[in-house]
Write a protein that binds this ligand. Structure first.
Ligand SMILES: Nc1nc2c(ncn2[C@@H]2O[C@H](COP(=O)(O)OP(=O)(O)OP(=O)(O)O)[C@@H](O)[C@H]2O)c(=O)[nH]1
Length: 597
C-alpha cells in the first residue's frame, strides 16, 4: 500500500463532548458500516461502556475514503476518555500523526480537552479543532472558537463546525483528515518496528494485539519478538481492522492492524511494547514504554465466605482480559479470605466490581480504597504500604511518603473561591490560576492522590453545580505524616475498617467514622462501644445502646409456618452480617468510610 495514502488519526475530547457519536458518523459516511448495522456508539463494544456512555478501552478501525479521485486509508484510533487510562491514551496518540480535537460548542474547553491536547502536541500531532454539537440551542460556537484559538493558536478558518447528531461538518472533517494530517513516514525495507497500542481479549482466539507499524514489513508466519518482555511468538494471523478483522498476508510501514499469536493471557502483552523480527531485529524499542502500575488498592471479599474459591476463579478470568488488574490473596479477621487488588484508579475499581457482579454473578464487599505509600525504614530500605496492615511499627521507620498529583480544574469564575477552599481542605496547594475567558478559569493544584481517590470529584461537582472538570497526573512522592487509624467494636479491632490517614485529619476522620458506624451497626442485646484509635490512643467513641430484638413478638397466635418464615428471614439477614468478636456488623458498615459526609 502506498504510504502517502494512509492517514492515522485519533479523536481527543473531554468526556461527553460527543467523541463516540462523531466516530460513528465518520464510519457511516465512509460506508465502513452499513446503516442497517449501525448501532449507536459502535466503537464502545462492551455492554458496560455502552450503558455508562464512556469509552473504557481503545480500539482502532480502518475506513476507505475517496477524495479527488484517490482512495485513502484512514485509520481511526479510539482513545479512552478517563484519567485512569491515561497511559493507554498516550500510546494511542503515539500511533497517530493527527488528532481531531473535539470541543462541545455548548460547554467549551474542559480539563481533559487540555490534558489530551498537551499529550497530542507532545507527540507533534497535527491538531484539527472541531466544535461539536452546534445543533444545540445552547451552542455558542463564536465564544468557544475564541477559547480554542487562544488555546492552540490556530486561525478561525481552521476550526470545523460539526454535529454528530445531524451530520453537519462530517465531510469537512474527513477532507481535513486527508489534507491536513501528514502521511506516515517510515521505511518498509528497514527491520520491523511496530508498537502495540492496545490488546483485546478473545476467549476463543486468545489475545489480539493491536499495533502500528513504524518501520519494516510484517507477514503472516513471521517469527517475532516483543522487545520489552523478551517473549517470542509466531504471527499466526495478521490483518486490518475494518468493522470485522480482515486477514492479510503482508502489511508494511505506516499501517495499523491486529496480530494473533497464541497469547492466552492479557498480562503477557504490554501496551507500548515493540514488535520486531527475531532474525533481523530493530535497533531500538519504540520510546515511551512503561509498565503500568496500580494506583489504588482495596480488598475484595465474597459476601458469603463459602464463595471464596468461586471469587478466585472469577478474578483469574477477569485478569485474563484485563492486564492492569493485579491481586493477591489477603485475610481479614473481620471478613475472612479475600483478595488485595490493585487498580488504575477509582473508575477501574468500580468497573471491576461491576464486572464481578454482572459477568460472574458474585456479590462482594470492597474495603476502604487506599493509595500506595512508601515507608523509608531506619535500616535504609523502602517498604511499600498497599494496605493499613502493611504499616510498619513507628519506631522502625524514618518517615512515610505519599503520592502527589498535579491536578487541573476548569470552572466558572464564580466558583473559584469554593473550589480553592475545597482543594485546600484536601491538603492541596494552589500552583496556578489562569483565566481562559472572562468567565472560565483554570486552576492548578498539587494534591495528595489519597485525597482525590475518595469523593473529591463528587464534592467538586456539587460545589460548582456541575461546572467543573478535573484532570490530574502523577507528580511523584512527598513526605507526609500518615498514621494508621484503627476501629474497635467492644475492644475487638475491625481490621477491614482500618485506614491510613493524614495525622491532621485523623481526629475528624475517627469521629465521623464512629458516628457513621453508630447509625449502621444495629442495636443488639448488649451495649456496643465503637472506638477509633491511633496506636494505643483512643481518639473517638460512640455507643450503641442495648436492645432485644424479638422478631416473634409480633406473631401472637399460633401460626407456626409464619413464625418459621420469620425465623428463616432473620437467618438470611444474619448471613449478610459479619461477626466481629460478639458484635454483628452489617456489610454496609465496611463501606461506611466511603460515605463519610
Ligand atoms: N445535540 C447533540 N448531542 C450530541 C451530539 N453528539 C453527541 N451528542 C450527545 O452527547 C452525549 C455524549 O456523546 P458521546 O458520543 O457518548 O460522548 P463521548 O465523548 O464519546 O463520551 P465518552 O466516550 O464518555 O468520552 C450523548 O448523549 C450524545 O447523544 C451532537 O452533535 N449534538
Amino acid at each position: 500500500m502506498d504510504m502517502k495514502k494512509i492517514r492515522n488519526f485519533c479523536i481527543i475530547a473531554h468526556i461527553d463532548h460527543g467523541k463516540s457519536t462523531l466516530a460513528d458518523r465518520l464510519l457511516q459516511q465512509t460506508d465502513t458500516v452499513a446503516d442497517r448495522d449501525m448501532q449507536a456508539q459502535l466503537l464502545d463494544n462492551m455492554d458496560l461502556e455502552r450503558e455508562r456512555g464512556i469509552t473504557i478501552k481503545s480500539h482502532a478501525i480502518q475506513m476507505k475514503y475517496t477524495h479527488e479521485g484517490e482512495i485513502y486509508t484512514l485509520n481511526l484510533i479510539d482513545t479512552p476518555g478517563h484519567v485512569d487510562f491515561s497511559y493507554e491514551v498516550s500510546r494511542s496518540i503515539a500511533a497517530c500523526e493527527g488528532a481531531l480535537l473535539i470541543v462541545d460548542a455548548s460547554q467549551g474547553i474542559e480539563a481533559q480537552t487540555i490534558s489530551n491536547l498537551y499529550l497530542a502536541l507532545g507527540h507533534d500531532l497535527e491538531i484539527i479543532p472541531v466544535l461539536n454539537k452546534i445543533d444545540l440551542p445552547g451552542a455558542d460556537p463564536e465564544a468557544v472558537a475564541d477559547e480554542v484559538i487562544d488555546l492552540i493558536g490556530c486561525d478561525r478558518e481552521d476550526i470545523i463546525l460539526a454535529s454528530g447528531k445531524t451530520g453537519i461538518g462530517i465531510d469537512d472533517i474527513l477532507k481535513a483528515v486527508v489534507n491536513r494530517v501528514p502521511a506516515p513516514k517510515g521505511d518498509p525495507e528497514a527491520p520491523l518496528q511496530a508498537m502495540i497500542f492496545d490488546s483485546v481479549y478473545n476467549p476463543f482466539r486468545g489475545v489480539e494485539v493491536i499495533f502500528r507499524i513504524f518501520n519494516g514489513t510484517f507477514s503472516k508466519g513471521d517469527k517475532i519478538k516483543f522487545v520489552n518482555t523478551g517473549k517470542e511468538y509466531e504471527a499466526d494471523e495478521i490483518g486490518i481492522l475494518g468493522l470485522n478483522q480482515i486477514p492479510q498476508q503482508t502489511m508494511s510501514a505506516g499501517n495499523v492492524g491486529y496480530l494473533i499469536s497464541g497469547v492466552k493471557v492479557a498480562k503477557e502483552i504490554k501496551v507500548g511494547d515493540t514488535i520486531t523480527h527475531i532474525k533481523r531485529p530493530c535497533e531500538k524499542a519504540i520510546q515511551g514504554f512503561e509498565n503500568v502500575k496500580p494506583m489504588v488498592f482495596a480488598g475484595i471479599y465474597p459476601v458469603e465466605t463459602t464463595d471464596y474459591e468461586e471469587l478466585r476463579y472469577s478474578m483469574e478470568k477477569l485478569q485474563l482480559n484485563d492486564a492492569s488488574l493485579v491481586w493477591e490473596p489477603e485475610t481479614s479477621m473481620a471478613l475472612g479470605f479475600g483478595f488485595r487488588c490493585g487498580f488504575l484508579g477509582m473508575l477501574h475499581m468500580e468497573i471491576i466490581q461491576e464486572r464481578l457482579e454482572r459477568e460472574f454473578d458474585m456479590t462482594v464487599i470492597t474495603t476502604v480504597p487506599s493509595v500506595q505509600f512508601k515507608a523509608q525504614m531506619t535500616n535504609d530500605t523502602i517498604q511499600l504500604i498497599n494496605a493499613p496492615s502493611d504499616m510498619p511499627e513507628p519506631n522502625k521507620m524514618k518517615h512515610i511518603e505519599e503520592p502527589y498529583v498535579r491536578a487541573s480544574i476548569i470552572t466558572a469564575s464564580e466558583y473559584v473561591g469554593a473550589v480553592i477552599t475545597l482543594c485546600m481542605d484536601k491538603r492541596g496547594q494552589i500552583k496556578n490560576q489562569v483565566y481562559l475567558t472572562a468567565e472560565r478559569v483554570e486552576l492548578t493544584f498539587d494534591m495528595p492522590l489519597a485525597e482525590i481517590v475518595f469523593d473529591f470529584f463528587d464534592k467538586l461537582k456539587t460545589i460548582s453545580r456541575g461546572y467543573a472538570s478535573l484532570d490530574y497526573e502523577l507528580k511523584g512522592y512527598q513526605v507526609s505524616h500518615m498514621v494508621r487509624l484503627d476501629v474497635m467494636l467492644n475492644g475487638e479491632p475491625v481490621d477491614a475498617l482500618s485506614a491510613v490517614v493524614h495525622r491532621d485529619k485523623a481526629y475528624d476522620w475517627g469521629k465521623r467514622l464512629c458516628e457513621k458506624l453508630k447509625e449502621l451497626v444495629p442495636r443488639q442485646m448488649f451495649e456496643i462501644a465503637i472506638q477509633a484509635a491511633i496506636g494505643q490512643k483512643i481518639i473517638a467513641r460512640e455507643t450503641v445502646k442495648a436492645l432485644r430484638k424479638n422478631v416473634l413478638a409480633k406473631c401472637y397466635g399460633g401460626d407456626i409456618s409464619r413464625k418459621r418464615k420469620l425465623l428463616e428471614k432473620q437467618k438470611k439477614g444474619k448471613k449478610r452480617m459479619r461477626q466481629v468478636g460478639n458484635v454483628e456488623v452489617p456489610q454496609e458498615a465496611f463501606m461506611a468510610v466511603l460515605k463519610l459526609d
